[in-house]
Structure formats: structure tokens, C-alpha cells
Ligand binder design. Structure first.
Ligand SMILES: [Zn+2]
Length: 154
């Protein structure tokens, strides 16, 4: 009877269960709920402390080993190769973006509509040569859906 004690939650006297000699909460459901709540809280705090310790340990390790990643890349060619392949892919995507912009229809066509002298390429060096006058009408920008072939215009 001398092991009767006060519940740390409600303060009332209770006798600890025989198999729980260190019982600090009486068996009232509210006090048991309080016990679980405090236990959980303590655990979460311990967990947060643990995570904070991990974070600090990692940060201080990085501070003590600033060359780690540089050395890792130097000694792990596969890792490095994978990274530079990814970089090449990013660069290619960037370039294709530029090409796509160049295809935009606001770019001037290579030839303006108008009259042009048509000559055979083999006669260019000859002083007097036969030439004919052609008229070229640019109908749509190059790469456009209905860009006409030169042959079609003859
Ligand atoms: Zn109690």
C-alpha cells in the first residue's frame, strides 16, 4: 500500500499496475490519452533534433570536404559522362529552339519577287552568252505549306 502515488496528469492517487512498476499516469482514459500525447510529442521533438543533427553534420562534413564532388566526378567517369550527356541534350533543345524561331514566317524569303536573268552556269565565263529573262514571283516563304517548286513555274 505504500506504493500509491499521484498521477502526473490529474494528480489523483492511484496504485501502479503490478507489471508497470514505474507507472506515472493513472488508468483513467483521459490520463492515458495524455500519456500517449506527451510520449508522441517527446518523440517528435527527439526526431526533429535528430534531423537537425543530421543536417548539421552533413553541412559541416561538406565544409570540411569542399573537393568531394569535384573528386567524385573525376573518379567516376560514368557519372560525369551521364551528366555531360544530359547537358548536351539541354544544349540541343536550346539550339532547336533557335532554329524553330528562324523558321518563323516573319523571316524574309531569300528572293524578292521581280525579274531575274537566267543563265546556264557553264556559260558564265563567256563574254557573249545567251540569256533569258525570267520573272520570279515568290508565293510563300520557304518551308511554307505550299512553297512552289521552280519547275512548276516554268
Ligand atoms: Zn490521472
Amino acid at each position: 500500500m505504500n506504493n500509491v502515488r499521484h498521477c502526473v496528469a490529474c494528480g489523483s492517487l492511484f496504485r501502479p499496475l503490478p507489471h508497470v512498476p514505474n507507472q506515472r499516469y493513472c488508468s483513467a482514459s483521459n490520463c492515458q490519452r495524455e500519456r500517449r500525447r506527451r510520449w508522441q510529442q517527446q518523440h517528435m521533438r527527439a526526431d526533429a533534433d535528430y534531423r537537425e543533427n543530421q543536417r548539421r553534420a552533413q553541412a559541416s562534413w561538406r565544409a570540411r570536404n569542399p573537393d568531394y564532388w569535384r573528386q567524385y566526378r573525376a573518379t567516376h567517369p560514368a557519372y560525369r559522362e551521364r551528366n555531360s550527356a544530359l547537358q548536351r541534350k539541354r544544349n540541343a533543345r536550346l539550339r532547336s529552339g533557335v532554329v524553330a524561331n528562324m523558321n518563323a514566317s516573319h523571316i524574309a524569303p531569300p528572293l524578292a519577287s521581280g525579274f531575274y536573268v537566267l543563265r546556264r552556269a557553264s556559260e558564265i565565263q563567256i563574254a557573249k552568252m545567251n540569256a533569258c529573262i525570267v520573272h520570279i514571283t515568290v508565293l510563300s516563304p520557304p518551308g511554307g505549306p505550299s512553297a512552289p517548286d521552280c519547275k512548276e513555274m516554268m
